[in-house]
Design a protein around this ligand. Structure first.
Ligand code: SF4
Length: 115
């Protein structure tokens, strides 16, 4: 049995997920909690936010995030890839900085304009 706090809404229900019973979720107040609990138990994902080095801009780091949540287990590897690269200004918000990061099918994108 795995335990989670549901983070879908501020109510923060305490969820229990029974891995031996087809990932049945209890403790949820609404169906969204059941989906969240099941996903947390099977394939937990998070949106990664960070910064990358940038040259030719007023600031030295450009804020970035993944366009969707990526598997939590890939966070460290993704950070290592992010720390390896340097981009050149100008960068526009939404520009793809790393396409298909770690073969996830998800892009790393800039979150602000950098002149
Ligand atoms: S189970 Fe439903 S009510 Fe409870 S925290 Fe999650 S989303 Fe909110």
């Amino acid at each position: 049995m795995k335990q989670f706090i549901c983070t879908v809404c501020p109510r923060g229900c305490r969820l229990s997920v029974d891995e031996d019973n087809d990932y049945k979720v209890t403790g949820n107040t609404c169906p969204r909690g059941a989906v969240y609990g099941r996903n947390e138990a099977i394939d937990p994902r998070r949106t990664l936010t960070s910064t990358v080095k940038i040259t030719g801009a007023r600031l030295t780091r450009c804020p970035v995030r993944t366009s969707e949540a990526i598997p939590k287990k890939l966070m460290s590897e993704a950070m290592a890839e992010i720390n390896r690269i340097t981009v050149n200004a100008p960068v526009r918000r939404g520009n793809v900085i790393i396409p298909n990061i770690l073969d996830t099918g998800i892009n790393l994108i800039a979150t602000r304009d950098m002149e």
